[in-house]
Design a protein around this ligand. Structure first.
Ligand code: NAD
Length: 264
């Protein structure tokens, strides 16, 4: 199977680092023109340089906008009116105690992890449906199904993304647009990589040992017994954005290394 996305325009939110950065590179390698997004101009410029060095003929645009706010989302759509592919990747997590957390911490995470994708889909989906082709992907998490007790708010936002994704797939049924969610498991992204590095330094062990300890204690159902790479997540996303994935919509696709102990 050869995935060819020449002539398609893709937006990947939160794509200066981590999983989003790998998805942007994967889509660019498949020939799509890609909009890279992050909060700061410098990080956006650095990501553009990195991807251009790896994919010299990549067609890239950079947009610095904080998509956790309605203003940031408006700034994105003001600069990029239209897209064929939207990957709602942006998301974060904080380790926290449920009993210590404030209302505003809950609502801020909801804005970042859920509303960023809701706003982007509300803008870009109608034109995709009118044109009869489009791909929308929400990057959820294994934490959507296996709610972590140390990040209940995060689990809630990731489950919410599955609801939004499935609902939008229903809404655009029969139009040629597909809407899906991808569920990564523990992945060596920037945020989790930094966390594992800091844990390793604090305990005088290697990053691999810190990752193994994390898997044994926090994700013991893993079938891979290792973290996935950002590229492994990107491969699934690039496929689901392809012409060839036209039969898949409304799905929750796992790249969780088998952490979710279920057949479906
Ligand atoms: P990361 O922190 O490594 O990268 C996040 C990216 O988003 C960076 O480019 C950052 O600059 C950008 N960003 C952060 N806040 C932003 C904002 N307000 N506006 C615009 N850009 C912003 O994160 P990651 O681990 O690659 O996570 C990406 C997605 O994958 C998230 O939705 C996360 O929930 C999901 N996920 C990650 C893992 C994992 O193990 N890393 C597992 C399951 C799901």
């Amino acid at each position: 199977m050869k995935i060819e996305l020449k002539g398609r325009k893709a937006i990947v939110t939160g794509s200066t680092a981590g999983i989003g950065r790998a998805i942007a590179e994967g889509l660019a390698r498949a020939g799509a023109s890609v909009v890279i997004n992050g909060r700061g101009e410098q990080r956006v410029a650095a990501a553009l340089d990195e991807i251009r060095a790896l994919v010299p003929d990549a067609e890239l645009t950079g947009i610095a906008a904080d998509l956790s706010t309605a203003e940031g989302s408006a700034a994105l759509v003001a600069q990029v009116a239209d897209a064929d592919i939207l990957v709602n990747n942006l998301g974060t997590a904080h380790l926290n105690g449920f009993f210590e957390q404030s209302d505003s911490e809950w609502l801020d995470l909801f804005q970042l992890n859920v509303m960023s994708g809701v706003r982007a889909a509300r803008h870009y989906l109608p034109a995709m449906a009118r044109r009869g082709w489009g791909r929308v992907v929400f990057i959820s998490s294994e934490s959507a199904i296996m709610i972590p007790k140390e990040m209940i708010d995060y689990g809630m936002t990731k489950t919410a993304q599955l609801a939004v994704s499935r609902g939008l797939a229903e809404l655009v049924s029969g139009t040629g647009v597909t809407v899906n969610a991808v569920l990564p498991g523990p992945t060596r992204s920037e945020i989790l990589g930094n966390w594992m590095k800091a844990t390793a330094q604090g305990q005088g062990i290697t990053q691999e040992e810190a990752e193994q300890n994390f898997l044994k204690t926090m994700r013991p159902t893993t079938l891979l017994n290792r973290f996935t790479s950002t590229e492994e997540i990107a491969n699934m996303v690039v496929y689901v954005c392809s012409e060839q994935a036209s039969g898949t919509s409304g799905a929750a696709l796992r790249v969780d290394g088998g952490v979710i102990r279920a057949i479906f």
